[in-house]
Design a protein around this ligand. Sequence first.
Ligand code: F3S
Length: 81
Amino acid sequence: AKFTIVDQDTCIACGACGAAAPDIFDYDDEGLAYALLDDNEGIKEVPEIYEEDMEDAYDGCPTDSIKIAEQSFEGDPLKYE
Ligand code: F3S
């Protein structure tokens, strides 16, 4: 299983992730990205059909703000760093 979360402290609202994975990432009023599945808590498994899009978004983020792990982030983007 894969989990994802966006570190909004480093996101620069570049907008690439939502284009790569529109079912997984969206933007708040300030243009900062967040994980749609669980309101950016990183606690819900990403459905397998979206994993490839998610990886593309991960690879394309210029600030490495997208985090992916095999366990829940429990709301903390830096949990595994
Ligand atoms: Fe932010 Fe990276 Fe997406 S900078 S808008 S998390 S591609």
